[in-house]
Design a protein around this ligand. Structure first.
Ligand SMILES: Nc1ncnc2c1ncn2[C@@H]1O[C@H](COP(=O)(O)OP(=O)(O)OP(=O)(O)O)[C@@H](O)[C@H]1O
Length: 320
């Protein structure tokens, strides 16, 4: 026999915090179980284990488990840039991994329909998503992070011929997929500020946008344009990240600034958006990313740089 406090503690561990505090009245124990994201067999198994455990509490002759599928809302964080090639995809993959390491239930969408790269970055190129109840079921990448990319749906190069509405529909399918108990969807946006980006922002209403820029003037001007796209749609800017800042020579260790330094921080200041940090230009970041082994999954200075930004994102997530 166990007492009620003991059972409640075990219940929390058994259900990973999915059950409400049990109430006992006239020999009947009642509790609410959040079954969002669980399959039918898991639900039944969990409910049966709870009933069994409840009956060991003195004075309880019946256990009622009320199932609810109330989910935490799925929030979208759009990772965007005004210009292509500034490292949006690299940052999206590494931030997803870093957030996962910090305990956030994170998913990743590659919305860059014309140049999808997340399947490669996250080592999920051979996987094909299936559809269930007319919804796509995400595949998993590094660290079992659920993800979907256009590269999972079409053959390389095929989407290039698509026009706006078709591309928009495809994006909708990725975002409205069966994300289970995912609480944050990191969306790697297509570069630029065209119609697809605008309709994606209006239709799927991200909770926030993170702007990536290199320190070059041109990239910075385009970053300001990206900010205004989100501003117009009423999406808050979570902050600005400077990528490819400072190159440490792998031979002598001397740090040089091929694209200048600190520009993104100034832009953030001008736009009153927080500056979230900088990621150095490093051969190892490119090499590991290309090999489907994001540096954020490992240890060292590069992993630390991504983790530091992810930590700021968890603070934002508490208020978003
Ligand atoms: N900090 C970095 N150090 C070294 N190489 C980097 C860094 N960030 C990105 N790269 C490399 O730069 C190239 C472009 O990066 P990435 O694909 O992430 O940019 P993008 O903004 O998503 O590009 P696109 O506009 O094509 O979607 C890739 O080869 C990537 O490995």
């Amino acid at each position: 026999m166990t007492d009620l406090a003991d059972f409640t503690a075990r219940l929390s561990a058994l259900t990973e915090g999915r059950a409400s505090v049990p109430r006992v009245k006239d020999g009947v124990m009642t509790l609410v179980l959040d079954v969002a994201g669980l399959g039918p067999a898991q639900r039944e198994g969990l409910a049966a284990a709870i009933r069994e455990g409840g009956l060991t509490v003195p004075g309880v002759n019946e256990v009622r488990v009320v199932e609810t599928a109330e989910r935490k809302p799925l929030r979208i964080l759009a990772i965007a840039s005004g210009k292509g090639g500034v490292g949006k995809s690299t940052l999206s993959a590494n931030l997803a991994v870093a957030l996962h390491r910090l305990g956030v239930k994170v998913g990743l969408v590659d919305a860059d329909i014309y140049g999808p790269s997340q399947a490669k970055l996250m080592g999920s190129e051979d996987k094909k998503p299936v559809a269930q109840d007319k919804k796509l079921v995400p595949v998993t990448g590094v660290a079992d992070i659920p993800m979907l990319s256009m590269a999972h749906l079409v053959e390389p190069g095929k989407a290039l011929a698509w026009r706006g509405p078709m591309a928009g529909n495809a994006l909708g399918q990725l975002i409205d997929a069966d994300w289970g108990d995912t609480e944050l969807l990191v969306v790697d946006m297509p570069p630029g500020t065209g119609d697809i980006q605008l309709s994606m922002v209006q239709k799927h209403k991200p909770a926030g946008a993170l702007i990536v820029s290199t320190p070059q003037d041109l990239a910075l001007i385009d970053a300001t344009r990206a900010v205004s796209l989100f501003d117009q749609a009423g999406v808050p800017i979570v902050g600005v990240v400077e990528n490819m800042a400072g190159y440490a020579c792998p031979h002598c260790g001397e740090v040089s600034d091929p694209f200048g330094q600190g520009g993104a921080e100034h832009v953030a200041g001008d736009l009153s958006a927080p500056f979230l940090g900088r990621i150095p230009l490093a051969i190892d970041i490119r090499r590991r990313s290309d090999a489907g082994d994001p540096p954020a999954a490992g240890e060292g200075a590069h992993a630390d740089a991504f983790m530091a930004i992810a930590r700021k994102l968890t603070d934002w997530l508490k208020t978003a």
